[in-house]
Design a binder for this molecule. Sequence first.
Ligand code: ADP
Length: 408
Amino acid sequence: MMNFKKSYIYIAVLYLLVAIYIIIDNNPAVTFTLIIFLMIYHFVTFIGVKDKLSEDKQVSVQKLQYKLDETKKESEESYLHFLSLSQTLGSGVIMVNDDGKINFANKDVLEYFDFDFNNKYYEDIQISKPLYKFISKAYLLEQKYRKQIVYEDKYFDLLSTPIFEDDIFKGCLIIIHDITTLRTAENFQKRFTADVSHELKTPLSSIKGISEILNRDRNMEEKDRNEFIEILQKESVRMETILNDLLIISKMDRIDYELTVTEVHIGELVLESTNALKRLAKEKNIELITNVKDEIISVDKNKIAQVIINLIKNAINYTDEGSITVTGYTENDFYTLQVSDTGIGINSEEIENIFKRFYRIDGARSRDSGGSGLGLSIVKNVVLKHGGNIQVDSIKDEGTTFIITLPL
Ligand code: ADP
């Protein structure tokens, strides 16, 4: 730009010098020659300036184009970044534009609804009525909107955020979370709470009823009175057992629950646990045999003792005659513990159910023996928390064997 200015100043100075010359010495031939030279110089400079200007203009246009390309590239890159991010997000993403057209739906949405929503108008989505209703409301409201919907036994949490550019509505971004697991856990928890209430209600009603009778009938015969007191005792012990087992379960259900692992002589632990139950077996005239190889293993001593006691107690409760054998041995980096009985056995179709909380094959028999219906669920939980495995072999009316393997 400075050069153009200089050229114009030179020309102006030259014109001035020529004018002075004409005033001082008016020689027509020289004047004519000077003017011709000056005009040629002016013309050449003018052409040069013009070329330079158009050259500069071209450079400016090129620069602008470059900047535009850069901006376009950047926005394309961020869009692609958003797309790749949305594919790895683990949640569904739907983008509806201002025409109501879905210009983007990621693979999670496709998985959830088994339908490709890309480039479809939301009005045409009939695959899921609740989803259609949600998008329609979010689109028309032009506001943040949240709702939970159900589609083919699956629960989804939907959140729509409107997109504005200079206060003009440009569509909405919808994020979809699959909350089925959360809902299932919630339902499981609800059912469990209902089961707990039911389980506690039965002994409590019986305690309440009997204490009312005892209170009302002061002249009851001693024999009847003793019978009632015995029921009172039995029912309160049952309540205590249920509450103790519930406490164990709720502790182990905590996310931050950790086993207290120490090195344990497993043979000694089995003998201690078996000795505590010898009297119970003897009362039923059942022989309790132990054949356990001692081994030092890293386990939670109290929890494994609980497993052994629960399994032997069950074996005693569900065996009317014969024997119970507890075997322990090492095999392939695992310690295997078996509790076999010659009891009532379990039907093969019932085996997968017996580890469920409060599941009993014969409710009356279980309650009569003081069972909480939680014993095996605790056993399984403890074994799995140790990285072990539990298996059941049973033949109806012949007997049952519980096989536990614990990693050494
Ligand atoms: P419970 O307190 O009722 O014994 P458990 O969770 O320990 O609860 O066991 C669940 C059910 O599995 C029992 O009610 C019983 O029907 C069955 N069961 C458990 N152990 C045995 C066994 N050794 N023989 C036959 N049935 C068994």
